[in-house]
Write a protein that binds this ligand. Structure first.
Ligand code: 5AD
Ligand code: SF4
Length: 484
């Protein structure tokens, strides 16, 4: 019997991934499961762990929410609007329960952890609440719900990395996959809810990461993205102070982990996210420069261009430090795309402080930026310490300025690519036209070109002829490898 899990993309929040469907061949115990994911790449990766845990137990899975007996929503709490969208979705399901009383609705991920039992007991929107470190418990918890009880596990763990679980791949393209290398975050940026919802930072055994990447390549994948809230703080067998935990065993830092994974095969492209300006070392940059198969692409969130705002944000670096790190990237990896995250209207942000973000944008010329209005999150340091006192219109006006400037910068950067020949990994047919294919180059920029005698999973050299702010358009001049 063929079953499928659908992974829905929350367009606004999702950084990567597409609505995807997978067919599995496990024995079913009959109840049909549907999983929907919102938020960051880590949630998409976690849904694959959840799918693995439940298909192992024989749950039947479906891509059609209408035929589901069990609906699991993997949620995001990073901004208020991310949560509102999930609430709306849950309200729809609550109405459906009137027609289908046996329907089980569960909430996973950050909202589960943040709101704990309130969605279950007070708002009565769900039957099941499972936090990001408790997915191994899902089969038992679902059974409890099916037996007529409500079930909750929101315990955070200092150890859980799901290292031994081989995720069920939900990316229907079968070309690119996420691989988690750390969980949680110890940084406590004052605006951020993640340390509260995902707990303490812990790194996954490097050998299991290596094995997972190797297996992905063997099953046809061509690209892996190593994921962590702060990949630069990856460390195995080391304390946060750099002391060795067990002297009889080797230690591994992020640079060494990348070196290991890059060595699997020149055919496997390596990406990673997210880098942190305070922790990104020259050693990591040198490993990127040394390996052709590690993409010249670094996502390095700045958040603000003003050092006082950065201090209030508890980011652990100044504007000058950030510039120094970008200079190091430019020096060690001359042709490297750098993208960033920017928040407008953080607590007490003045016009002059906002202007510093604008001037840094002009100076850094990031290839791309994810830009947000500040959204106060309960329990965070900022919520406790500062007033959310920048009026919404001002936040919005500053955001518009930031977006307009970024669009201008992105277009300028893309225009400079015209005439270049870029190596592209083909991901599939272009969304806009059946006659075109689309893929990504080394800089993670989308490249679209006419169909030819090549397809998904092939590496091709594309001559860039034109561009928009977000896409390069070109023609294939050479096929490097064909899997067809
Ligand atoms: N409000 C707005 N944006 C936020 N981010 C994190 N927390 C908030 C918040 N409370 C943004 C940051 C981070 C990205 C993942 O989301 O820019 O880098
Ligand atoms: Fe949040 Fe900062 Fe950790 Fe990123 S590094 S997850 S912004 S606390």
């Amino acid at each position: 019997m063929t079953k499928a899990i659908e992974l829905n993309k929350d367009i606004d929040e999702a950084r990567q991934g597409e609505a995807t469907v997978i067919a599995t061949n496990k024995k079913t115990v009959g109840r049909k499961l549907y999983v929907e994911s919102y938020g960051c790449a880590m949630n998409f990766a976690d849904s694959e762990v959840v799918a693995s845990i439940l298909t192992e137990k024989g749950y039947a899975t479906t891509a059609d929410v209408d035929e589901a007996d069990i609906i699991l929503i993997n949620t995001c709490s990073i901004r208020e609007n991310a949560e509102s969208r999930v609430r709306k979705r849950l309200t729809n399901f609550k109405n459906r329960k009137k027609r289908q009383p046996n329907l089980v609705v569960g909430i996973l991920g950050c909202m589960a952890e943040r709101l704990k039992t309130s969605l279950l007991e007070e708002e009565k929107l769900v039957d099941l609440v499972v936090g990001p470190d408790a997915y191994r418990d899902l089969p038992g918890l679902i059974e409890e719900v099916e037996g007529g009880q409500k079930a909750v596990n929101v315990l955070l763990s200092r150890e859980e990395t799901y290292a031994d679980i081989t995720p069920v791949r939900l990316d229907k393209k079968g070309i690119s996959s996420f691989v988690s290398i750390t969980r949680g975050c110890d940084n406590m940026c004052s605006f951020c809810v993640v340390p509260f919802t995902r707990g303490r930072e812990r790194s996954r055994d490097p050998q299991t990461i290596y094995n997972e990447c190797k297996e992905l390549l063997a099953s046809g994948y061509k690209e892996v993205t190593l994921l962590g809230q702060n990949v630069d703080s990856y460390r195995w067998n080391m304390t946060s102070k750099g002391e060795i935990k067990d002297s009889s065993k080797p230690t591994t830092n992020f640079a060494q982990l990348m070196e290991m994974v890059a060595g699997i095969s020149p055919e496997l492209r390596i990406r990673f996210s997210t880098s942190h300006p305070k922790d990104m070392t020259d050693e990591v940059l040198e490993v990127i420069a040394k390996h052709d198969n590690i993409c010249n692409y670094i996502h390095l969130p700045v958040q603000s261009g003003n050092s006082d705002v950065l201090k209030r944000m508890n980011r652990g670096y100044t504007r000058e430090w950030y510039i120094d790190r970008v200079n190091a990237i430019r020096r060690i990896i001359p042709d490297c795309a750098i993208t960033t995250d920017i928040i407008t209207g953080f607590c007490d942000e003045t016009d002059a402080e906002h202007e510093d973000t604008m001037s840094l944008m002009r100076e850094m010329k990031w290839d791309f930026a994810y830009m947000y209005k500040y959204s106060e999150r309960p329990k965070t340091l900022a919520e406790r310490k500062f007033e959310d006192n920048v009026p919404d219109e001002v936040k919005g006006a500053r955001l518009t300025e930031v977006i307009d400037l970024q669009q201008k910068n992105s277009l300028e950067i893309n225009q400079r690519q015209i005439g270049n020949i870029n190596k592209v990994l083909i991901e599939g047919t272009s969304k806009k036209s059946e006659d075109f294919l689309s893929g990504r180059d080394d800089h993670n920029t989308k490249v679209v070109f006419p169909k030819g005698n090549f397809g998904k999973g092939d590496y091709v050299m594309v001559k860039i002829k034109d561009c928009t702010t977000a896409t390069l358009l070109g023609e294939v001049v050479e096929i490097l490898e064909s899997t067809n």
